[in-house]
Write a protein that binds this ligand. Structure first.
Ligand code: PHE
Length: 372
């Protein structure tokens, strides 16, 4: 990664209480799916590169090999994430130690690249977030960050102020990108909040009867430009989730498939071919197992999901809260339904029963909850 190999002991530290990186996460570091030209994520990255090359001849500098191990300062402070923002919590982010995280977004590289003098850049990489489990969420995924700086002479003749000019250019650029990728697709802009942009927007795309958030963007906060040598300039930034877009473009029904080495998956994609529809090699039946327990104050769904993922790996498709009540004594019970399904083969009853037994034991011991 970034020319540097990351060893297990660099990121997994079982007896360090400031570390929460499990082996399942370590095993993904360095795979760099976005750098494989025959992988849907690599094909998508290259197609986005083509758009920027065509429309801004050679102006955008491209980075796709920056190490995912970054400082808390890079990941949060440099992009003005407030000290008490949830994304900083151990429940949401993988910490290697108190000062080091696995980046949770490619925005972690904005400040250093600006400081190095870059004014137009694209950063693609693997990002890491603790999360719940379903067909569109996986604790490792890929983002592309785009960043563009304008100097005052670029907007002075426009009759707009710098912020309005950058916002208009941003929306035009991203709508153009969406058309380059999708042709005709239903999209909508939604106002939102990010600590590092103002105003901030999300672009959503209509997919499988639902609006799917595919990117966040906005006009960069002045403070970031000022701190990094671009006083009096304005800039826009966007961060897009490659899996989300690729699932729509290639009809990939489950995010786990991106990690599959099964030839029946990998052989369906080839360099330069965006949007070839994926043909599922067969849908194996899911198997559902419910488990109920009394939670404690420390319980979080992300912790539960990590335990399940640690045991079942990519055989778990979804973990869903199906019942939640508090009794007269004030104790709260949760019932979760775990869906097991392999993307590649059918699972035997015995195999699933063993997984579920193991999950129950580990949930009890690690999360200190009382099974019912
Ligand atoms: N970093 C944001 C995210 O991960 C996306 C973003 C990037 C938003 C740049 C605005 C500007 O959700």
């Amino acid at each position: 990664v970034g020319g540097v190999r990351i060893a297990r002991e660099d990121v997994v530290k079982e007896d360090d209480p400031t570390n929460n990186v499990p082996d399942t996460i370590f095993s993904k570091i360095g795979l760099q799916l976005h750098r494989r030209d025959n992988h849907p994520l690599g094909i998508l990255k290259n197609t986005i590169y083509d758009y920027f090359d065509k429309n801004f001849t050679g102006q955008f500098d491209k980075f796709d090999d920056l190490s995912p191990l970054v400082s808390v300062k890079q990941n949060f402070d440099d992009v003005l994430v407030p000290a008490d923002h949830v994304s900083r919590s151990y429940n949401d982010t993988y910490y290697v130690d108190a000062q080091t995280v696995l980046r949770c977004h490619t925005s972690a590289h904005q400040a250093e690249l600006l400081r190095d003098g870059h004014t137009h850049f694209l950063v693609t990489g693997d990002v890491y977030r603790r999360d719940s489990i379903d067909s569109t969420h996986y604790p490792v995924f890929h983002q592309m960050e785009g960043f563009r700086v304008f100097s005052p002479d670029e907007w002075s003749g426009s009759g707009m102020d710098g912020t309005a000019y950058a916002a208009a250019d941003l929306k035009k650029t991203l709508e153009g990108l969406a058309r380059h990728l999708f042709g005709a697709v239903e999209m909508r802009w939604v106002d939102t909040y990010f600590p590092f942009t103002n105003p901030s927007f999300e672009l959503e795309i209509y997919f499988q009867d639902d609006w799917l958030e595919v990117l966040g963007c906005g006009v960069t906060e002045q403070e970031i430009l000022k701190r990094n040598g671009r006083t009096d300039h304005v800039a826009w930034a966007f961060g897009l989730g490659l899996e989300r877009l690729a699932m729509v473009l290639f009809d990939i029904p489950d995010i786990r498939l991106f990690w599959s080495n099964d030839k029946r998956f990998t052989s369906q994609f080839s360099e330069g071919k965006l949007g070839v529809k994926f043909k599922p090699f067969s849908k194996f039946p899911p198997c559902y197992k419910d488990m109920s327990f009394w939670i404690n104050d420390e319980f979080t769904e992300n912790n539960l999901c990590e335990v399940v993922r640690g045991i079942a790996g990519d055989l778990v498709e979804e973990v869903k809260l199906i019942d939640n009540f508090t009794n007269k004594k004030g104790r709260t019970s949760h019932c979760y339904r775990i869906a097991y399904r392999s993307m590649e083969r059918s699972l035997t009853d015995e195999e699933i029963n063993n997984l579920q037994l193991n999950v129950r034991e580990t949930v009890k011991n690690k999360l200190k909850v009382e099974l019912r």
